[in-house]
Design a binder for this molecule. Structure first.
Ligand SMILES: O=C(O)[C@H](O)[C@@H](O)[C@H](O)[C@H](O)COP(=O)(O)O
Length: 265
């Protein structure tokens, strides 16, 4: 049984095992998909890379493979490495191999980046694609910013607290005008990436951050606990949708440095 805690529109779900976390994550995504399809007729979901994709694996199994309305899904990437789509580093390839090829998603609903141009052009292209889909209301629009309002943005988090490709102390974190920006100096290889900006992440209806293992514990503490302005903040700590809901999916190791004894290892 998961331990849950939270305040405002933030919820912490701390799981005993990765198996339990995966089941809860699949349930959560399936429920949001159902609610969104009921309300809007579609489900606009943005993925990241890393261990998150493996942890979504249960969606390919019963009952979700049959009960989720896959034809209504529209897939995007909150961040992508600027490499060819068949490159081992591609977040698209990872999701395609582990998830998208195993469920009946409509290929034209899968919006991967243009992998034939520079990082800057790929970011511009991707923002253009998103703008067209906002116009046609496949993606909602935020009523508090001019940003797209994704039904769900799924984020992993690095040990340094980065989410999407927004790294600590990087100028991309300050980008307020663009929806999608690019970096060419990622501290985590490969160096060239495109990424949703914070205003887009924080305009979503739902954001989930999935972090597991000891190496993430300090960053989870810095992002979640009210550590005060003297301590270093991390990008994950500023991912908080203004009108949406944030859910953290953690295992006990990642939650082990959280303040409050109920989450201590
Ligand atoms: O391109 C990437 O690297 C990812 O999109 C990135 O944002 C990832 O989600 C985190 O780095 C966490 O990765 P792990 O879960 O594998 O640590």
């Amino acid at each position: 049984m998961a331990l849950s805690g939270g305040h405002k529109d933030r919820e912490l779900r701390v799981h005993e095992s990765l198996d339990e976390l995966s089941t809860d994550l699949a349930d959560y995504i399936a429920e949001l998909s159902e609610a969104s399809v009921k309300e809007r007729g579609v489900f606009a979901i943005a993925l990241s890379g890393g261990s998150l994709i493996g942890l979504m694996g249960k969606l390919c199994e019963a009952p979700y493979n049959k009960t989720v309305d896959w034809a209504k899904w529209y897939i995007f990437w909150a961040d992508e490495r600027v490499v060819a789509k068949n490159h081992a580093d591609s977040n698209y390839k990872l999701a395609k191999d582990r998830l998208l090829s195993k469920v009946p998603i409509i290929p034209s609903h899968v919006h991967s980046i243009n992998d034939t141009v520079s990082a800057e052009e790929a970011a511009d292209d991707y923002e253009f694609v998103i703008r067209q889909l906002v116009k046609s209301r496949v993606i909602s629009v935020s009523d508090i910013s001019d940003c797209p309002k994704f039904d769900l943005i799924l984020l992993g988090m690095g040990p340094d607290g980065h989410v999407a490709s927004l790294f600590p102390n990087h100028s991309a974190l300050e980008e307020k005008d663009e929806w999608v920006t690019f970096i060419t100096d990622s501290p985590k290889p490969p160096p060239e990436r495109i990424t949703f900006t914070l205003p887009v992440i924080n305009s979503a209806s739902n954001v989930a951050i999935v972090a597991t293992g000891d190496s993430k514990a300090e960053a989870v503490h810095l992002a979640v606990d009210d550590v005060g302005s003297d301590s270093p903040s991390v990008p994950a700590g500023v991912a908080q949708p203004l009108k949406g809901k944030l859910v953290w999916f953690l295992d006990k190791a990642a939650a082990s440095k959280l303040e409050g004894s109920q989450f201590s290892a």
